[in-house]
Write a protein that binds this ligand. Structure first.
Ligand code: THU
Length: 141
């Protein structure tokens, strides 16, 4: 079995569970705000991440940017759905930098955002969270 071997595509509920579990691995001693992410690829695999902060604050990284690049370096650039679960009540939506990073590979990415109360909001990256985004197509035009 290699990392490229497809598995059955996860359901939204499974992806949210994986993001919630990933949140527990966060290193967030400064903000005390833990975030977990799980991204599914077209090949049916899932990559997870959590935020990892740093004493030099700009060196910290968000959960989404820990998860998504793992898919890319595994050769799975086609990202289909990303679940993100943060501490607190209500949906934890990706920050602006994460939106831009995700847009590079998946302008049509579905994003499931949740918090500790379990409520979920669903977005489409390009139309809902980064309209008129700047992406690779612009540079190739
Ligand atoms: N954070 C994420 O990991 N993802 C988000 O979508 C929002 C914010 C992290 C960054 C930082 O470690 C902490 O949450 C507080 O901003």
């Amino acid at each position: 079995m290699t990392i490229e071997d497809p598995i059955e595509a996860p359901t939204d509920a499974e992806l949210l569970d994986l993001a919630r579990a990933a949140r527990a691995t966060a290193y967030a001693p400064y903000s005390r705000f833990r975030v977990g992410a799980a991204v599914a690829t077209a090949a049916g695999r899932v990559f997870t991440g959590a935020n990892v902060e740093n004493a030099s604050s700009p060196a910290g990284i968000c959960a989404e940017r820990v998860a998504a690049p793992q898919a890319v370096v595994a050769g799975q650039r086609e990202l289909t759905t990303l679940a993100v679960v943060g501490d607190g009540t209500g949906p934890c939506t990706p920050c602006g930098i994460c939106r831009q990073v995700l847009y590079e590979f998946a302008p049509d990415l579905r994003i499931l955002a949740s918090g500790e109360d379990g409520s979920v909001r669903t977005y489409v990256l390009g139309s809902d969270l980064l309209p008129d985004g700047f992406g690779p197509r612009r540079l190739r035009a």
